[in-house]
Design a binder for this molecule. Structure first.
Ligand SMILES: *Cc1c(COP(=O)(O)O)cnc(C)c1O
Length: 352
């Protein structure tokens, strides 16, 4: 791929404190256009700035958008690495296929990320826990209001230095089990990482927050009975020594952290089952002291222990509202590999 590069003439000051999440953006961005006649063309890195778009662009009206989220990590020796970026490449294509957006060659997807991160290399934070968040996204860009499959699309990558998810140590979160709104249904877009799923999830999240909870635990859209995800993370439980996590039923996002956790746990000799988990089973485990640990997992937090669960008028405490042994082990193992403190025997990291 021949990427044209236009460097900024007015580089910004690079923030080093109070990075937060998604607040600061680097000096450059990657863009590429798609036209059904010619395919993907004009890959370019340009100064970070606003996009100029037609008001009839498909994405504004019919929500044709998919995205990814991954990070670049700086190791102690100064090396910069990505974590399983080909998994993100595969997933954006699976999401794009669902929304009939054009797919992107996996090598081009990863190469575009590498080139952009190289140019803004100085923006990759230096401390453990901090990283450069990478947000690739792809949207329909036909300049007409007719509802039909996409003829034009745009692919963009932006970069945002982000702070540690746990600046004050890992504290368990309070989760409310959502009984009304659902995030996705089988046959819908639940397995696709698309903006529309998020748009539909905000109301329940806001409602939970007003009641003092951090996030919601989603139940399936048909029976409101089976556990799906927690907020925008996959969820895992340790029940009587066994690790259980909802199976990928079509309405659940196939998380790369989820996949990595399963591989690490199996490798360490744990029994891991991907299956349907009903709310009754979970409540029974909570009431009878069988639920030993619960945690969410995703790129942003790696793992997020669940300390309290609210369902049907009752609040349950999990593991004394403390981080559990398995949750801690997963955190140490994955962050160890990502920040280059532990040997990467799985060959998950890709150097930039
Ligand atoms: C991105 C995402 C996840 C986590 O996926 P990772 O690849 O582990 O970051 C889980 N659930 C939803 C809804 C997501 O959008």
């Amino acid at each position: 791929m021949n990427i044209s590069i236009e460097k900024t003439t007015s580089p910004k000051a690079i923030p080093t404190e109070n990075l937060g999440f998604g607040k600061h953006f680097t000096d450059h961005m990657f863009l590429m256009d798609y036209d059904r006649q010619t395919g993907w063309e004009n890959p370019r890195i340009v100064p970070f700035g606003r996009l100029s778009m037609h008001p009839a662009a498909t994405v504004f009206h019919y929500g044709s958008e998919v995205f990814e989220g991954l990070k670049a990590y700086r190791t102690e020796s100064g090396k910069i690495q990505l974590f399983r970026p080909y998994e993100n490449a595969k997933r954006i294509n699976s999401s794009a296929e669902r929304l009939r957006l054009p797919e992107i060659d996996e090598d081009i997807f990863v190469e575009a990320i590498k080139e952009l991160v190289k140019i803004d290399e100085a923006w990759v934070p230096k401390n453990f826990g901090e990283s450069l968040y990478i947000r690739p996204f792809l949207f329909g860009n036909d300049e007409s209001l007719g509802v039909h499959s996409i003829k034009r699309a745009t692919f963009v990558i932006i970069l945002s230095p982000s702070g540690s998810y746990y600046p004050e140590g890992i504290n368990p979160v309070k989760i409310m089990i959502e009984k009304d709104d659902v995030r996705a249904v089988k046959g819908g877009t639940g397995y696709a990482k698309c903006g529309g799923n998020y748009a539909a999830s905000i109301r329940a999240g806001e409602n939970a927050e007003q009641k003092g909870y951090t996030q919601v635990l989603w139940l399936d859209g048909v029976h409101r009975k089976y556990i799906e995800e927690v907020g925008a993370m996959n969820v895992m439980f340790k029940i009587e020594g066994e690790i259980v996590t909802p199976e990928l039923s079509g309405s659940i996002l196939p998380g790369i952290t989820r996949k990595s956790c399963i591989e690490v746990l199996k490798d360490e000799g744990y029994k891991v089952s991907e299956k349907l988990i009903s709310i009754d089973e979970l409540v029974d485990a909570l009431e009878n002291g069988k639920l030993e640990e619960a945690w969410g997992c995703g790129t942003a937090a790696v793992v997020s222990p669940i300390g309290k669960l609210y369902y049907d008028g009752k609040e349950y405490i999990v593991n004394n509202n403390e981080i559990g042994e398995v949750t801690q082990k997963l955190y140490d193992k994955l962050t160890g590999i990502q920040w280059g403190k532990l040997e990467d025997k799985y060959q998950w990291t890709v150097e930039i």
